[in-house]
Design a protein around this ligand. Structure first.
Ligand SMILES: CC(=O)SCCNC(=O)CCNC(=O)[C@H](O)C(C)(C)COP(=O)(O)OP(=O)(O)OC[C@H]1O[C@@H](n2cnc3c(N)ncnc32)[C@H](O)[C@@H]1OP(=O)(O)O
Length: 505
């Protein structure tokens, strides 16, 4: 029978300890719903007690929603040994599970709390008893436990002996500074799990040596019952073990384990956390990075069409994503064919060679080429019949202090001229609102904008040029268009004009 591993997400507590990150109450509530209902993690840690009024409000909103869903026992708050102050805070917040922060190393106990083990255990027993009286469940963190195992093992086991006598639900073992190797993780946890077979142990890994995922894997093998993870590996310093990679590793390499997490929701949650925190996802971040399902080299693209030679278990569709084929100087015919197929275009061998040569030439100049540029390149290289049918003819963009930005827009579509005005939250938003009016007047739908990135193009030799790359979605298909101009809004409008021509009948 498979052994179930509980997944506790701590993006909203430990993840928020990323320098410069602060979630608003409504963002915390939105993420709490997504984490429990769509990603289907078992538990979430949502805040540390006592932090601020804003945190209190956020936890109140989450507990009130969770209560209505019957989820209160899945919402956890980190608390302190403070004579009941944290418990009072929890009561106000309506939370029912505390993760009590205690000292897992003699070093921390002696130098930070300046207590003896006996004094510490007595104070902890008091908080646990108080919590029990208030019907609050207690889990206990042994902060700096990994250092404790290295330097004060006798203390750790004395402490665990004491905890075994206490009415607690789980023992939470953090590698607080991310200092242990995968071998130590396995060794320390095996010893503990075997010595206390009736207790539940969670492992909480940090990523300071980039060993977060390796360590959670060993923790599971050693018999741990739960893992703490954060979306995108958010967290203090180098962050925590990242959710997406950890889930894929458990599913693919530990088939005797069962987890409830829904792989298909990993990408969506990752994007939302990135949007709320303003912390970008590195393009090579496993599972969720922009580039991780893109084949760049011509040989790889070719092999994909020949018995799926370059496919692995890590299929993009598992995570709600799609394989892409990059265009640039490392492209061969196969990359271009794959992109043409998606656009519904066909070229003969000779044409394909010419287009490939042009794309390599553009790549050599460090130009970014997207699938959506192909019709323009083909038309240019082969002097063929890609006729632009949609033109942004002219526009006025206004931006004045104290007034909403607005746009007056004139478009030509299949030879007919349309004019509209609209306001918006920014100049581009106003432009899009005017565009929507033009298309609505013809009963035509526009794609949804799903991503918008602005950068200085590499190799442009001028910081006055700016490139806007917009990702769109329509009828389940995702596509990207690109515009280049010295003005940011104009570059976005150029990218939008390209998109309009691609969807034009
Ligand atoms: C494993 C982790 O990631 S732990 C993360 C825990 N969460 C947080 O720290 C949340 C953010 N922190 C805060 O908002 C604040 O630090 C608060 C509200 C918790 C406390 O603020 P302050 O009262 O100003 O104290 P300060 O931040 O200086 O914390 C140090 C005090 O906490 C004490 N302390 C350390 N660990 C604990 C503990 N487990 N339980 C109780 N007190 C503790 C220290 O001994 C020190 O006390 P002292 O001033 O008497 O020497």
């Amino acid at each position: 029978m498979k052994r179930t591993i509980e997944i506790m997400d701590t993006t909203l507590r430990d993840g928020e300890q990323t320098s410069g990150v602060s979630f608003s109450a409504s963002e915390k509530l939105t993420l709490a719903k997504l984490l429990l209902d769509e990603l289907k993690v078992d538990r979430i840690e949502v805040a540390s007690a006592r932090v601020s009024e804003g945190e209190l409000d956020a936890v109140k909103q989450i507990t009130s929603w969770a209560k209505s869903q019957g989820y209160l026992d899945r919402i956890e708050v980190l608390t302190f040994i403070d004579g009941g102050v944290s418990l009072e805070w929890m009561k106000k917040a309506g939370a029912k599970v505390q993760n009590l922060l205690t000292k897992g190393s003699l070093n921390h106990l002696t130098h930070q709390l300046k207590k003896t083990p006996e004094q510490h255990f007595k104070a902890i027993a008091k908080v646990i008893a108080q919590a029990k009286k208030q019907r609050i469940t207690t889990n206990v963190y042994l902060e700096d436990w990994s250092n404790g195992m290295r330097n004060s093992k006798k203390y750790v086991f004395e402490y665990l002996d004491f905890l075994a006598t206490q009415p607690i639900k789980r023992v939470l073992l953090p590698d607080t500074l991310g200092i242990i190797t995968h071998t130590e993780t396995y060794e320390y946890l095996s010893e503990i799990v075997q010595q206390y077979p009736k207790m539940h142990f969670d492992f909480h890994g940090h990523n300071d040596y980039d060993l977060g995922v390796a360590n959670i894997m060993e923790a599971v093998k050693a018999g741990c019952h739960g893992l703490h993870l954060t979306v995108n590996g958010m967290g203090e310093r180098a962050g925590n073990a990242p959710m997406a990679s950890a889930i894929a590793v458990i599913n693919d390499f530990l088939p005797e384990m069962k987890i409830n997490v829904n792989e298909k929701a990993l990408y969506k949650v990752s994007k939302l956390v990135s949007a709320f925190t303003g912390v970008g996802i590195p393009s090579n971040k496993p599972i969720v990075g922009d580039n991780v399902f893109t084949q760049t080299a011509g040989i790889h693209a070719d092999g994909d069409s020949k018995n799926n030679l370059y496919f692995s278990n890590l299929m993009p569709e598992r995570f709600g994503r799609k394989r892409k084929y990059a265009l640039g100087k490392m492209s061969g015919k196969a990359n271009i064919q794959k992109n043409l197929q998606e656009l519904g275009l066909t070229l003969n061998d000779d044409e394909l060679k010419k287009v490939t040569a042009r794309i390599i030439e553009l790549g050599d100049k460090k130009e970014r080429v997207t699938k959506e540029d192909l019709p323009y390149i083909i038309s240019d290289v082969l002097d063929t019949d890609f006729k632009q049918s949609v033109f942004v003819k002219s526009y006025v963009l206004t931006h004045a202090k104290g007034l909403q930005p607005s746009t007056t827009l004139s478009m030509e579509i299949n030879g007919k001229t349309y004019e509209e005005n609209a306001s918006g939250d920014g100049q581009y938003d106003a432009f899009m609102n005017a565009l929507h009016k033009v298309y609505a007047s013809q009963k035509k739908a526009l794609p949804t904008l799903t991503d918008y990135a602005v950068r200085i193009p590499p190799g442009s030799n001028s910081d006055a040029l700016c490139e806007t790359i917009i990702t769109w979605e329509m009828d389940g298909k995702e596509f990207t268009s690109r515009g280049l101009d010295s003005d940011q809004t104009v570059s976005a409008i150029k990218a939008t004009e390209k998109m309009l021509n691609l969807i034009a009948p």
